[in-house]
Design a protein around this ligand. Structure first.
Ligand SMILES: [Zn+2]
Length: 238
């Protein structure tokens, strides 16, 4: 979901995320004017001077039809409990797509395929997540002032499937418990094996795993690409 959080205890984190979802469902948080006044969100994405590459977004399924999607943010079945994306689409920078395609080929050699859960995320969605989160719990979401690597089209959340059926991983997607951590060892051995297998394939193609989320990978050269805010439905990706 985000960059690495400053971990403040499992139970607190789990409770915080439940609370975030509950607040959204009730529509309470957006009405909290004093909080917004005290901590205004930026109105436009930040500019990173180091991001000098021209964006070259690619529709992942069009680029490689072997890739399968399960875009949870296009459904209410996500930690926010509401639809965040109007389309179930996965878009990423071209070198990211090329690397993913190579990982897909590697996975197929072992009888698996990639299941993409999220890729490019418009900055406005990161801001919406931030605004819907109580100030005391914002360590769990990316700060819109710095943006997320998903905003750069350089992060991929993914799992594996076998014959179209998602495999069991150490935890569900966006499950913010120690079971999501890559150093968690109490999951079923087959789930740990598959998570590590995916990690070895991703790392071999230039992705950097996020320690606290088995599903999240950053393209190693993410810093070259700018933070973007093109709505997902408007991306004219090749
Ligand atoms: Zn992610």
């Amino acid at each position: 979901m985000t960059e690495p959080p400053a971990f403040a205890g499992t139970l607190m984190r789990r409770a915080a995320l439940r609370s975030i979802g509950a607040g959204l469902g009730a529509g309470v948080l957006s009405a909290c004017a004093p909080r917004l006044a005290a901590s205004p969100s930026p109105l436009a994405p930040p500019t990173d001077p180091a991001a000098t590459a021209a964006p070259d977004l690619v529709d992942l399924v069009r680029f490689d039809p072997r890739l399968r999607l399960d875009i949870r943010y296009a459904t209410p079945a996500n930690f926010m409990h509401r639809v965040l994306y109007p389309v179930a689409r996965a878009v990423a920078q071209r070198p990211v797509a090329e690397a993913l395609s190579r990982v897909q080929t590697r996975a197929e050699a072992d009888g698996y395929g990639l299941l993409i859960l999220d890729a490019y995320r418009p900055w406005r969605i990161t801001r919406a997540m931030w605004e819907a989160t109580p100030p005391g719990k914002r360590e769990f979401v990316a700060d819109p002032r710095t943006g997320s690597r998903h905003n750069r089209g350089c992060s991929i959340d993914l799992s594996l499937h076998r014959g179209g059926i998602e495999v069991a991983m150490p935890s569900p997607y966006d499950d913010f418990t120690p079971a999501a951590y890559r150093n968690f060892t109490a999951a079923p051995p087959e789930a740990l094996r598959l998570s590590r297998l995916l990690e070895s394939w991703m790392v071999a193609e230039g992705f950097v795993p996020l320690a606290n989320e088995w599903w999240h990978y950053d393209w190693a050269e993410w810093r070259r690409f700018p933070i973007m805010d093109v709505p997902l439905e408007n991306v004219t990706a090749g």
